[in-house]
Design a protein. Sequence first.
Length: 239
Amino acid sequence: MRTLCALTLLALAGPALAQAPAAPPADPFIGNVSLGYLATSGNTESKNANASMEATWDLDGPWKHDWTARVINARTDGITTAESYTAGYKAQRAFSETTYLFFSGDWRRDQFSGYDNQVSEAIGYGRRLFDTDRHMLALEGGGGAKQSELTTGEELDEAIIRGGLDYVLHISETSEFNQKLLLEQGDDNRYTESTSALKARILGNIALVFSVVIKSNSDVPVGIENTDRFTSISLEYAF
């Protein structure tokens, strides 16, 4: 009798075990937000703040979407010495594990660069030269258009050649280094941007990030420096 009951229970439990729900799929929406602030007082009073956001939508198919945004502000003795805003979007359509086409759109506003606004659109080809557990290197090239408004009131509309580099080095399970380069070459101006970031996870999804951003315009109004450098330390939360 006991044997018969055991066999009956196994027969009833079998379909339930076979139909157990699978593990939920990975979240297709990932990203991070960061915030940094530094204040000094004494002979010179300064306040510096920066914030950034990165988000990726990837449904494990041919399409991938990236959004980025960054704000930088600095004041010394009550006078604003840096004020920069950027926002960008990139769509990628993969054709293999290493190659893809992309479309990008970027907006920049920097009070001290000599340009009130810079908007660019580009389409091109990208390739990951290698992508391992330790290293990732991707190169991009393409073309598009750019619309700029200078602080002098002059407006520039030009065709551009766009180049990009993205390198990631996983130093350990909790730290990584990332280097990004961007080049937009037009008839009237050459814009370059370098972003170097060293990230170390300190607790759960929270990381400490040290970054250096270097932005340069080859053609600027008289009295304006060609290159701006921003160095920051910030806390980042990954989601």
